[in-house]
Every structure is written in C-alpha cells, then in structure tokens.
Design a binder for this molecule. Structure first.
Ligand SMILES: C[S@@+](CC[C@H](N)C(=O)[O-])C[C@H]1O[C@@H](n2cnc3c(N)ncnc32)[C@H](O)[C@@H]1O
Length: 292
C-alpha cells in the first residue's frame, strides 16, 4: 500500500529563513510570490527526514552533522536545469563564424594557440559538448590546445555531464549530421564521442564561491546562458564582475537571449555581430596583456 503524506505549509518566518539561507549560499532568489515554489520543492526533504515543520528543517540544514549533504539535496531540488544541445543556434553561429575567427587572428599574432572557454552553469553538459563539437568542425583550430570547462552547482546534473549519455529531449535542436558523427547508441540512449569529451572538463562550482572561481584562471570566452535569470540584481552584479575578472582583455561573455547587463554593469562593451549582440571585456591599453 502507498501512503501519501500531505504537503506541509511554510510559515512566512520559515520562508524568510530558508530564502535568505539559499540566497546567501548561491544567489538563487525567491520572491514572496514564489514562496509556494520553495515550499513545494522542499516538502520532499521534510518528508524524507520525517520532519513536521520547515523550522526544524532549517536547523537541520544549518547545524546538523549531515548539513553539507543536505545542502546538495536542496540545490538539486531548487535549481532549474533545462538545457539541450545546440541551444540558441543564432548565437552559436556568431560564435563560430565571427567570434572564434577574431580570437584566432588576435592570438596568432603572438603565437598563442591556446583557447580556454568556460561554460558557467553547464547543467548536464549539453552546452560544453556543443562547443566542443563546433570546434572539432573548425580545421583552423585543429593544432590548438583547447580547454572547455563546464561547471555547475548541482551535483545531480554534473553526474549526467560526466557520463555523457543523453536521451531524445537533449537533441531537439541537433542537426542529424552532428548526432551521427559524434554520438553512439547505447541501450536506446546516445553516448557522446571520446574526442568531444576529451576537450571538456566537468567540475562542481558555485558561482558565488569567489576563491574557487579565481582558481579557474583566465578565459577567452565565457558562456553563462540562462543562469543569471534566477538571481536578483545584486547577485547578478557579483557574478558578472567575477566573469569580467576571469576574461582576458577582449574576451567575450555570451549570455542567454533574454539576458542583458543593462542596469548591472558598464564594464563590458556590447558588440554587434551579424546574427547576435555579445558582451566583450574591453582591451587594456598600455599594459602587458600576457600577465593577465
Ligand atoms: C537553465 S540551466 C542552463 C544550462 C545551460 N547554460 C543552457 O543555457 O542550456 C541553469 C543552470 O545554472 C545552474 N546554477 C544556478 N545557480 C548556480 C550557482 N550559484 N553556481 C553555479 N551554477 C548555478 C543550475 O544548477 C542550472 O544547471
């Protein structure tokens, strides 16, 4: 027999405690109107621990011996991980047809054949693997050292990214040539090829963990698409400023199509390309760029 436990209601005070805790940790922002979302998504955790109210859950999350493990569960429950291969095709065209050739021309002047790209908030890995497939299709980069770093805060989606095995919904925008070329079928699912995987490193990273973000080193381009929409203005500002620090001068920041830096920062310039507009860290004048 299956027993259904009724959902437990969250008081306004419990909402404030949990909302502030989540916001401080990872920037995810729940307005009072979205209280029901927090309540609904965390109800399973209360039931898992057989708790009667959200205050006890809050104390468990803050002070129990297993608080780190529980935080992982909270993040998995609260993040929205929707993604698929070749998402936002017009932007990817801009990336391969205009941005990458520009980066290549600039770097070749100094004999630098290294390319570092960060997919920040990569979810289950479709975005960094898409970037890898695009680069494999560009002969001009075949003798380059390419590092694509995919990071996310949710351990659940990172497990999928590391496995690299995907179902049909990940392919809703994928040209069949790519699917044939870079995937093999395993038990009705699709495993990404080793040459694609070998360009990508998948790591756990909270974008608000400043010391660990710094450890990533400098990037030529950062993709952070459909991630900052879940943050408020102050959190967006913090994250975007850290992207500015991680980018080399003239490096590019690619946001989702509905996201902009208006009212957040003036630190980037907006470049108008044929198919899209993309943010760029300005060039430094009079400084040795190799040091950055
Ligand atoms: C909607 S997915 C976007 C995936 C991919 N960038 C795309 O556009 O298809 C948003 C991802 O951001 C991640 N995320 C949210 N807050 C984060 C944080 N503070 N640090 C790192 N990742 C975060 C979520 O776990 C989620 O996987």
């Amino acid at each position: 027999m299956i027993f259904f436990s009724p959902d437990i209601n969250m008081t306004d005070e419990e909402f404030r405690l949990l909302r502030d805790f989540v916001y401080q940790y990872c920037g995810l922002h729940f307005t009072p109107e979205s209280k029901y979302l927090l309540e609904k998504r965390l109800n399973k955790r209360l039931q898992h621990h057989r708790l009667k109210n959200f205050k006890d859950y809050y104390y468990l999350l803050r002070y129990s011996q297993h608080k780190d493990q529980e935080l992982t569960e909270v993040i998995d429950a609260l993040t929205t991980n929707e993604t698929y291969f070749f998402r936002e095709d017009f932007q990817l065209k801009t990336f391969t047809q205009e941005i990458l050739p520009e980066i290549r021309a600039r770097k070749e002047k100094t004999g630098d054949k290294r390319l570092r790209i960060w997919s920040a908030g990569c979810s289950s890995g479709e975005e960094p693997y898409t970037i890898a497939m695009l680069l494999l299709g560009m002969p001009a980069f075949h003798d380059w050292q390419i590092d694509i770093i995919g990071t996310d805060i949710s351990q659940r989606v990172l497990q999928i990214a590391r496995k690299g095995v995907y179902g049909a919904s990940s392919f809703r925008a994928t040209d069949s040539n790519y699917q044939r070329r870079y995937f093999s079928e395993v038990d009705g699912k699709h495993r990404v090829a080793d040459n694609v995987k070998s360009l990508v490193t998948i790591s756990h990273l909270n974008l608000f963990d400043a010391p660990r973000v710094t450890l990533l080193g400098k990037m030529d381009a950062i993709f952070c698409r459909n991630v900052i929409i879940y943050f408020d203005q102050a959190a967006k500002k913090r994250v975007v400023e850290s992207f500015h620090d991680r980018l080399r001068p003239e490096g590019f920041l690619l946001l989702g199509h509905s996201e902009s830096l208006m009212n957040i920062t003036n630190a980037f310039v907006l470049r108008h390309f044929t198919n899209d507009m993309v943010y760029q860290r300005p060039a430094l004048s009079g400084l040795n760029e190799d040091r950055l």
